[in-house]
Design a protein around this ligand. Structure first.
Ligand code: ADP
Ligand code: ASP
Ligand code: MG
Length: 459
């Protein structure tokens, strides 16, 4: 892999990412602008769309939307953004509003085309508008408090393949482009750029998947050899579990890359699952804190930490699909699983958990919210049915207990399952990783399972 040679300047550079709620309205943006102003190492700012905007854009990218519905959604997005710009100096507001309205006209054209002929490619173009708008506005908010900040189009450096909706970034190209284009500009001023979006070789807009701004920020931090990555969000760090599930959740001061990556993978929405991969590759410490209460500190994620407890946190991932394939032919047979996985690979389905018995195999699949396609399509089922009996179950949640040495610690099974012995557990995965023990429960039991376990393990 090609990386720019690191300079002292880069090591003192922090990439700061602000999520949707942090750039939701003017007071929120202003707080973030002060965070940037108060620490001169914050040079590159990566923003998400203002809260709610991407959800509107997802609706706008659907097929067969009526003209009035399109206009209504665009008006709602405009209201969110103009509600911010009205707090800026009149001349700045006017210029910015002209730019915003221009962008929204472009958006309307895409929406119209999408309603006439739906494509995933067009969908990505539509989804990109949230970040395009918020980054332009945030640059002006920075200037309003005398920070020399400017808008930067991330598509100049974030080159991807053409897998629309889930594009893969070309890391070598990003590294080179950051050295040649972005780093020299950062030496002059603070730049505000977009998370979540990229551009493919055809010059078309791509997106990296919902919640992808964290990942964009981490990739940029890696490519710039940044000294730090700060992820500013709406909670004061990473908690022992989602604080929306139980108010007993508490913030973790320090956590290892590995533990935090497990949490993100298993559904802790606080970080996009891929965020820690670039940070780990370059050993870049990651800070997670609240842009509302920056003075409260947050969580430091780094290579090694002082304590490695058996139980670190509990993560929850909803909307899981469980597929059970059953065939007497599997008994003493070789090659059956290879055939099953061949079919799944052909349909680009990525398997999560696996358990097996003599003649059947249970497999789970994540169903990332925001995905519009049915995960296990009838085509997949039909192909699998050529080989075996197939059962597909929905309405399940994956609970992951995350920690250290869980593969061989004594008594953990008893402690965990005794605590939830009034709940039916559909599948258990343990032993493959020292860092997690996972199981599936019915969706309606998920919150109470997490709450009970949290009380047992952390309170
Ligand atoms: P942003 O828009 O800033 O990217 P997100 O909504 O994507 O913010 O992520 C922050 C949310 O993640 C929190 O409000 C919280 O409800 C949720 N969350 C889930 N698990 C955890 C956890 N273990 N610790 C903290 N927050 C969590
Ligand atoms: N705006 C995008 C989303 O809502 C990306 C992000 O916020 O990280 O999914
Ligand atoms: Mg997020």
């Amino acid at each position: 892999m090609v990386h720019p040679s690191s300079s002292k300047e880069n090591l003192s550079l922090t990439v700061a990412k602000f999520g949707g709620t942090s750039v939701a309205d003017f007071p929120a943006m202003l707080r973030c602008a002060h965070i940037i102003k108060n620490d001169s190492s914050n040079r590159l700012v990566v923003v998400s769309a203002s809260a709610g905007v991407t959800n509107y854009l997802v609706r706008l990218s659907q097929a067969n939307l009526l003209l009035e519905e399109q206009a209504d959604i665009i008006e709602k997005i405009q209201a969110i953004q103009l509600n911010i710009t009205q707090h800026l100096a009149k001349d700045v507001e006017q210029a910015l509003n002209t730019e915003i309205k221009g962008l929204l006209e472009e958006l309307a054209t895409h929406a119209l085309k999408q309603s006439q002929q739906h494509s995933v490619k067009q969908g990505d173009a539509i989804l990109s508008f949230g970040e395009q708008l918020s980054s332009r506005i945030f640059a002006q908010v920075l200037q309003s408090i005398d920070v020399n900040g400017a808008y930067f189009n991330v598509q100049q450096v974030m080159k991807t393949n053409s897998l629309y909706g889930k594009a893969v970034v070309d890391i070598e190209q990003l590294s080179l482009a950051c050295t040649e284009i972005l780093a020299p500009k950062l030496a002059q001023q603070v730049l505000v750029t977009q998370g979540f979006i990229g551009q493919d070789g055809l010059g078309e807009t791509t997106t990296l998947g919902r919640g992808g701004s964290d990942y964009s920020a981490a990739l940029l931090a890696e490519a710039l050899h940044a000294g730090n990555l700060s992820v500013w969000t709406d909670v004061v760090g990473i908690f022992t579990t989602d604080p929306r599930i139980t108010d007993q959740a508490r913030a973790i001061k320090e956590i290892s890359f590995g533990e935090a990556a497990e949490m993100a993978t298993f559904g802790a929405k606080i970080l996009h699952p891929a965020t820690l991969i670039p940070a780990m590759r370059q050993n870049i410490p990651v800070f997670v804190g609240s842009s509302k209460e920056p003075e409260k500190g947050g969580t430091q994620i780094k290579k090694s930490v002082a304590s490695n407890p058996t139980y670190r946190s509990i993560a929850l991932r909803r909307e899981q699909t469980l597929v059970t394939v059953k065939s007497p032919a599997m008994l003493h047979a070789s090659g059956f699983l290879a055939q099953v996985f061949g079919i799944l690979a052909k349909h680009e389905l990525s398997v999560d958990l696996i358990t097996t018995s003599e003649i059947s195999v249970a497999l789970t699949f994540d169903n990332p919210s925001g995905s519009t396609q049915a995960l296990i399509t009838s085509a997949v089922v039909e192909e699998l049915e050529q080989l075996c009996e197939v059962t597909v179950e929905h309405g399940l949640s994956l609970v992951a207990v995350i920690g250290n040495g869980l593969d061989c610690a004594k008594g953990i099974g008893q402690r965990i399952f005794q605590t939830i012995n009034d709940t039916s557990v559909r599948l258990i995965c343990h032993g493959a990783s020292a860092n997690n023990l996972c199981f599936l429960v019915n969706e309606q039991d998920a919150n109470s399972v997490v709450e009970k376990l949290h009380r047992e393990l952390f309170v």
